[in-house]
Design a protein around this ligand. Structure first.
Ligand SMILES: Nc1ncnc2c1ncn2[C@@H]1O[C@H](COP(=O)(O)OP(=O)(O)O)[C@@H](O)[C@H]1O
Ligand SMILES: O=P(O)(O)O[C@H]1O[C@H](CO)[C@@H](O[C@H]2O[C@H](CO)[C@@H](O)[C@H](O)[C@H]2O)[C@H](O)[C@H]1O
Length: 460
């Protein structure tokens, strides 16, 4: 992404007057990754007038803003966020919940700034840009199919890491909030899977990014078919728990779907064999993440030795000559990333990986068991968030999922118990940090797994 502020006629000078508003609003957003650290400043990476700021109607400003926060190493780049700001002289009552604030001074003095995606007129304009590909100032819009015009937008109100808009129940646009240099795997992998003929993942039909298709161009948004009438795996799992219904048929089918996606990814993108140095690296990464998480969430401290033993067990395994294969994976697979469509099939969505990890790390080939571990954790999550706790339900689902995975891939994840346990542990550590930052009430759920996993490794 360009470091110099670029503009399609928009006044770069307007940032200082927006700063007080952003200071208050940005840290309160669910997708703001820097929670718990004060914001000390903003710099503008780019600003584009997607709809000109005249006084007669709403304007739409596209901003990439870097947020300075202490606590990052000196070499680290401040986090960059994508903002789509509506600008009006006054806000109609139906847009009141979208209010960010009134600009105190500067070129937009007295104008009202609000969350642009919540304004149907501005959301429609964004789709219009995607329908008509080409550059716009520092941004570039692309599409693979003809998209119908006039589709009615609505914001998806799910609590999530990004923002999504549904257009006419036909397409869903995901607007990435935290932006990194380089292609986002949530565009890259579904495109690769579509090319490989894998239908488990909705194929992107349009997207927009920074720059002119350069390798460091940042993906900003992806449009894909909306799977109307589908239900997400998390809700289905909770419904099954509430009704005391078995979920193993679904879990097994989900295992098969995961294996199909993995096979297609391995067929179409490079795979590597992990030798000793790479395995050591992998284990080192897990230990490093544990140390960082324990610093941030001291409740993890007493369990650290037991958890570390799970990682070391993997390093120990390298004395045999078997090599693990690494490939591109989903990276943050859980029940909420699966949709059961109206015809009863499972689709997999959201290939962005764990939002807190650097993009380069998320794009690295990894053992596919990492995704399996993510889903196993998710069955545990569902069982733990239902009262009364139903550990048998989770155990049966976990088994069925691995069975389905083995059926479709020929590889049973349970045949590598040490690797599976290490990845489950790594995921639970990530979840502790995630929940502490975003949903403290949920912290007991991964902490229960931490206690179980730490104890497991000490059992001979
Ligand atoms: N293609 C789709 N069809 C139907 N619903 C979808 C589709 N893609 C995403 N969703 C819905 O949008 C929600 C958020 O999408 P997701 O890609 O997981 O965003 P985030 O990265 O912000 O979590 C999902 O939980 C799902 O309910
Ligand atoms: O879906 P996202 O990409 O935003 O993923 C993040 O948020 C998830 C929660 O919404 C979080 O998932 C954790 O909670 C789920 C239940 O809400 C559970 O099914 C998952 O197993 C658990 O990890 C995910 O870790 C985080 O990256």
């Amino acid at each position: 992404m360009s470091e110099t502020a670029s503009t399609a006629r928009a006044p770069v000078a307007l940032l200082p007057s927006l700063v007080p508003l952003l200071h208050d609003w940005l840290p309160r957003q669910r997708w703001f990754a820097g929670k718990g650290r004060p914001v000390t400043g903003f710099t503008l990476a780019s600003v584009t007038e997607l709809l000109p700021l005249d006084t007669t109607g709403p304007g739409l400003l596209h901003l990439l803003v870097r947020v300075q926060q202490p606590g990052l190493g000196t070499a680290a780049q401040p986090d960059c966020y994508q903002l789509l700001l509506g600008v009006r002289t006054s806000l109609p009552p139906q847009l009141a919940p979208a209010l960010i604030g009134r600009v105190p001074d500067g070129p937009l003095a007295g104008r009202t700034i609000y969350e642009g995606l919540r304004d149907p007129r501005l959301a429609a304009l964004l789709l219009e840009r995607l329908r008509t590909p080409g550059p716009m100032g520092p941004l570039r819009f692309s599409r693979t199919v003809v998209i119908p015009e006039g589709l009615t937008p609505r914001v998806l109100d799910a609590e999530q890491s990004n923002s999504s808009l549904v257009y006419g129940d036909a397409y869903i646009l995901k607007v990435f909030r935290r932006v990194y240099p380089g292609a986002n795997p949530d565009l890259e992998l579904p495109l690769a899977l579509a090319r490989a003929g894998c239908t488990r993942v909705p194929a992107p039909v349009a997207w927009y990014e920074t720059g002119n298709g350069r390798p460091e161009a940042s993906t900003l948004g992806v449009l894909q078919p909306f799977l109307r009438g589908s239900q997400d795996g998390w809700q289905l799992a909770l419904d099954s728990l509430a009704a005391g219904r078995d979920f193993t048929t679904e879990a097994r089918a989900l295992g098969r779907a995961t294996a199909e996606v993995h096979t297609a990814l391995a067929d179409t993108l490079p795979t590597v064999a992990l030798g000793r140095p790479q395995t050591e690296n992998l284990v080192h990464g897990m230990s490093r993440r544990l140390d960082a998480a324990a610093q941030a969430v001291p409740a993890l401290m007493p369990y650290a030795p037991g958890l570390r033993a799970a990682f070391e067990a993997v390093a120990g395994l390298r004395s045999d000559s078997r090599l693990w294969r690494a490939q591109r994976v989903h990276g943050d697979l859980h029940l909420g990333q699966t949709l059961r469509t109206q015809d009863g099939d499972w689709s997999v969505i959201d290939f962005e990986g764990e939002p807190a990890k650097p993009l380069a790390e998320r794009r690295r080939p990894q053992p596919p068991v990492r995704d399996v571990a993510g889903m196993l954790r998710s069955f545990d999550y569902a069982a733990r968030s239902h009262h009364p706790w139903n550990p048998d339900w989770a155990e049966r689902c976990r088994d069925a999922y691995c069975t389905g995975y083995a059926e479709a891939s020929g590889t049973d994840p349970r045949d590598e118990p040490a690797l599976l346990r290490a990845y489950e542990t790594d995921k639970a550590v990530y979840e502790v940090l995630y929940e502490a930052r975003h949903r403290p009430d949920w912290l007991p759920v991964p902490m229960a797994a931490i206690r179980r996993l730490a104890a497991q490794t000490t059992t001979p």
